[in-house]
Write a protein that binds this ligand. Structure first.
Ligand SMILES: *Cc1c(COP(=O)(O)O)cnc(C)c1O
Length: 428
């Protein structure tokens, strides 16, 4: 049944040199079956595979490409910066300018530190929270992803109030037990964990809108309760806005929900397609970092001039055009269209979405946490994914991920996508 394509040839070749043929596991298509397609080019809302077939792209490189691929001002800025020097290892103006733009959009980030990935941002924010509070434990939520640092690859233990257990081989039990895990949207569980471990919890880290169990939106009381509890207990509240920062609004999720966390992690969009992460918060906390304070953190390519230039051009474009209303309208027309097609075809779906991020779940029931996402028919998602791919539409190759709309997507793209959705649902 496998037809020979450039992608399948490349994948066979890749498997002899790269582990599983990929450099990030979800790209291997294990969650949806089949052979990954290799991309050779992307422009605007489209990408092309190694065979020259084109797709409407809803992967958006997992979130960064909010302006679409190859946005000319970003390319120009990166090119200009590159000619002046690809890396200095010394301070440059771009770092200051990008930090100023981040602060302008996120008033909670009085001081910023740039790193090279979202993983580093989360890992460093957690070290800073521990260094500032002198407490050892971190509370995260099941299905929340904060990069692949040891202490974040932890899932819930057996008892509701037990300490975490490793979700990856190679993470020592002793490290996993420093992470507490509660179900997303479950304020009661957070209260119980604080009752039990109270003054030993340094920080609560949360995706204010979850994107890594598929999109799951916070219940109205969830984020306010996290703010109230952490304040009362003297713990630090970390919003991991690596996806939602500059995606849901100029000021991220904290901007639309009106909740001010202590620390914020950013990534993806702020690099404009280059490797960048950032974390920040009040000077009182951030100044605990080296060189001012005792919490160590560093990076050879941190504040890289090319990445900073791409980030600056990206944020300037977002601030200049304020595209969030348009992005939301496009996503809403997609979501409505998916519901209509599913109804026509007699398929049960729930589409969770906010702003320009959404996930199609094959289920009758609301999806409000990881357990809800795990109960969905992921095999149906796999067939749906391949049905779309065949019809020239590229969705994320796992139900536990978000699809993204960019400003390059047009109503015409939405119409073509919805025709493909109808076809894909009809051959489920
Ligand atoms: C992608 C992501 C990360 C990790 O970022 P990388 O750049 O892949 O290391 C962290 N947190 C969230 C919420 C993410 O979506």
């Amino acid at each position: 049944m496998t037809i020979s394509t450039q992608s399948s040839t490349l994948f066979r070749r890749a498997c002899r040199s790269l582990v599983g043929g990929v450099n990030s596991p979800v790209r291997a298509f294990r969650a949806v079956g089949g052979t990954p397609i290799f991309l050779s080019k992307a422009r605007g809302a489209r990408c092309w595979d190694a065979d020259g077939k084109s797709y409407i792209d809803y992967l958006g490189s997992w979130g960064p490409m909010i302006l679409g691929h190859g946005y000319p001002p970003v390319l120009r800025a990166a090119r200009r910066a590159m000619v002046r020097g690809t890396s200095f290892g010394a301070p440059c103006e771009g770092e200051v300018k990008l930090a100023e733009l981040v602060k302008q959009a996120f008033p909670s980030m009085e001081r910023v530190r740039f790193v090279s990935s979202g993983t580093e941002a989360g890992m460093s924010a957690i070290r800073l929270a521990r260094g500032t509070t002198g407490r050892p434990l971190i509370l995260k939520f099941s299905g929340g992803y904060h990069g692949h640092a040891d202490g974040m690859l932890v899932s819930a233990g057996s008892g509701a109030l037990s300490l975490g257990r490793p979700s990856s081989a190679g993470v020592p039990l002793k490290i996993a037990r420093l992470t507490l895990v509660a179900p997303y949207n479950d304020v009661g569980a957070v209260e119980r964990l604080f009752q039990k471990h109270g003054k030993r919890i340094a920080a609560v880290i949360v995706e204010p809108v979850a994107g890594n169990m598929g999109v799951v939106v916070p219940r109205p009381d969830f984020l306010p309760a996290l703010r109230r509890i952490t304040k009362r207990e003297g713990a630090i509240l970390i919003f991991d806005e690596v996806i939602t920062g500059f995606r849901l609004s100029k000021g991220g999720a904290q901007g639309i929900f009106g909740i001010t966390p202590d620390l914020t992690c950013l990534g993806k969009i702020i690099g404009g397609g280059f490797p960048v992460g950032a974390f920040g918060g009040p000077a009182r906390i951030m100044n605990q970092l080296a060189p001012l304070g005792p919490v160590y953190q560093a990076g050879t390519l941190s504040g890289n001039p090319v990445a900073m230039a791409a980030g600056i051009a990206t944020l300037q474009a977002l601030f200049g055009t304020d595209p969030y209303r348009k992005l939301q309208d496009l996503a809403l027309s997609l979501i409505e269209g998916v519901y209509e097609a599913a109804h026509r075809r007699g398929v049960d779906v729930v589409v969770n979405g906010l702003g320009s991020m959404f996930t199609v779940f094959f289920t009758k029931d609301p999806v409000e946490d990881l357990a809800g996402a795990a109960r969905c028919d992921t095999r149906a998602y796999g067939r749906f994914f391949h049905g779309l791919l065949k019809r020239g539409v590229y969705f994320p190759p796992s139900q536990f991920e978000a699809a993204f709309v960019s400003i390059a997507h047009t109503p015409r793209d939405v119409a073509v996508t919805l025709a493909a959705v109808d076809g894909a649902l009809s051959d489920l």
